[in-house]
Write a new protein. Structure first.
Length: 353
């Protein structure tokens, strides 16, 4: 992240680690209307949101009923569902209409669009900490720097953040991409392959990255050191955006408010449901999570600068055969503000730009 951008957005950031997801069911039983209006006083537009677990804005929203309260006047409600903590691992769910919105990064959305998955980005935020993702190697692999990856096997989530970080690291080191074997694995399979020595290195992110390092994995590069512009995003299934831009805008507005609350009281956003047990954090991990929450950034509608960053990600993928057709920023960003204006609605104000 360029320093001037971090300074200019010190009030804006989104700790969407892990992410949001939502599915809209525009029809229901017994007289529900197609536009999601209220029939008999009950919301009929269902937004299926990823259950974030025990921490973060979505966990607090589930605990407090925040989204249901905000969306009720629009005839909408949420339903919490379990989903993998990786955007690229959820493409089948998007295609099946079982997931409609998710947090993530530019790279997996570019990958999704190249496969004709109908998802678009509505909001962007700077990553809270670019040391939360990078390349790690097993201690006995002999890998101590990026140059040592030559001839080795590295697990990457294909057309996602892991593959992007790997390409950026190799490009920066001047290593031809075909000299390193990229093994396409989603995060759960990659964790197993890495721990059992089936791959020498792993391009990972978020909790799996931190957990692997805690177990002794060697950090080779991070998003910060490779100059990543693969920023944090909120993406919706396009069908939902076309049908209910008002619901999407209210969702974003509510998420912004939740992140502002997190910045003010980060401890309340950790160990939301369980204070002890496997999902609960303690000690240094809890302190770090609270610090990240204090610096969380609020999502904003995309700017020209965001457009340039996204295009850089898309071009890197296309020029190196990760995706088979060119994808532009215009393909990826959904013009939600314009859609709202056309419908006579004003978009929610955003923070940090």
């Amino acid at each position: 992240m360029r320093p001037h951008r971090r300074l200019s957005r010190v009030r804006a950031a989104l700790a969407i680690l892990p992410v949001v997801a939502l599915v809209a069911a525009a029809c229901g039983s017994g007289g529900d209307s197609a536009d999601g209006s209220v029939a008999g006083g009950e919301p009929t537009f269902v937004l299926k949101v990823t259950d974030e677990g025990n921490s973060g804005p979505l966990a607090v929203a589930k605990r407090d009923g925040t989204f249901d309260e905000a969306l009720a006047p629009l005839g909408a409600k949420v339903e919490w569902v379990n989903a993998p903590p990786s955007f690229s691992a959820n493409l089948k769910l998007f295609n099946a209409g079982e997931l409609d919105v998710s947090g993530g990064a530019y790279s997996p959305v570019v990958g999704a669009l190249s496969k004709d998955v109908g998802v678009r980005i509505i909001a962007v935020a700077d990553p809270v900490d670019q040391d939360q993702a990078g390349i790690i190697a097993s201690p006995d692999s002999g890998i101590r720097e990026v140059e040592d990856l030559v001839g080795k096997r590295i697990a990457v989530n294909p057309a996602g953040k892991g593959e992007y970080i790997t390409l950026k690291a190799l490009e920066q080191a001047g290593i031809p991409f075909d000299q390193v074997e990229r093994v396409p694995l989603q995060i759960s399979d990659a964790a197993s392959a890495f721990s059992t020595g089936q791959v020498d290195a792993w391009a990972s992110f978020n909790d799996p990255y931190a957990e692997a390092k805690a177990r002794g994995a060697i950090e080779i590069a991070t998003e910060a050191t490779v100059g990543s512009t693969d920023n944090t995003i909120v993406a919706f299934r396009t069908e939902v955006l076309d049908a209910r831009p008002d619901v999407a805008a209210k969702y974003l507005e509510t998420l912004q408010q939740l992140v502002e609350r997190q910045r003010a009281d980060p401890a309340d956003f950790e160990n939301v449901f369980e204070k002890a047990g496997p999902r609960a954090l303690s000690g240094e991990r809890l302190e770090r999570a609270i610090d990240l929450g204090r610096r969380a950034t609020v999502p904003h509608y995309p700017t020209a600068e965001d457009t340039a960053d996204l295009q850089g990600v898309a071009d890197l993928f296309y020029q190196n055969g990760v995706i088979t057709r060119a994808v532009t920023a215009a393909d990826v960003f959904y013009p939600l503000e314009e859609k709202l204006a056309a419908a006579g609605n004003r978009p929610a104000p955003t923070t940090g730009k």
